[in-house]
Write a protein of this length. Structure first.
Length: 151
């Protein structure tokens, strides 16, 4: 996750959302990416998608079976679908949308979405959470959501 956090800093420095991912297979980094939505003008240029694209280019194949994706932030639904299509079997993540109080995500989780597809995906969370959350909150466009009020 150290490399992921470095890439978060690079994304933030260039004006993009500080989220990054790397993909590892057999102990080797085969792809990496960070969010490039703002500077690239591409709404699909999320960190996970960028890392998947990089790995597929590097390997000459879209099949990333046996790989693990490390991400600073819980992948969104679009990124989850890309992870599924790339056949990545394991995701290691830092911050969760729920932990960041992302009310726009409701009760979303990677597990719920992947569970709907019948696909198998191992999810490991809780890795360097405080650092991943701090990187995300440091972004100049981050707005702390209001506290939820019980009904």
């Amino acid at each position: 996750m150290a490399r992921v956090l470095e890439l978060c800093g690079e994304a933030d420095a260039r004006g993009d959302c500080p989220v990054a991912s790397i993909i590892v297979r057999d102990g080797e980094v085969i792809g990496q990416g960070s969010n490039r939505v703002a500077t690239g003008g591409d709404p699909t240029a999320h960190a996970e998608v960028e890392a998947i694209r990089d790995a597929a280019r590097n390997l000459g194949s879209a099949d990333l079976s046996g790989a693990t994706l490390y991400s600073a932030m819980e992948p969104c639904p679009m990124c989850c679908w890309a992870i599924k299509e790339a056949r990545i079997g394991r995701v290691v993540l830092g911050a969760r949308h729920a932990g960041m109080r992302r009310i726009d995500y409701g009760d979303y989780s990677v597990e719920k979405l992947i569970g709907m597809t019948g696909s198998a995906l191992e999810v490991v969370d809780g890795v360097r959470v405080a650092e991943c959350e701090a990187a995300r909150r440091a972004w100049k466009r981050w707005v702390e959501p209001p506290a939820r009020v019980a009904d």
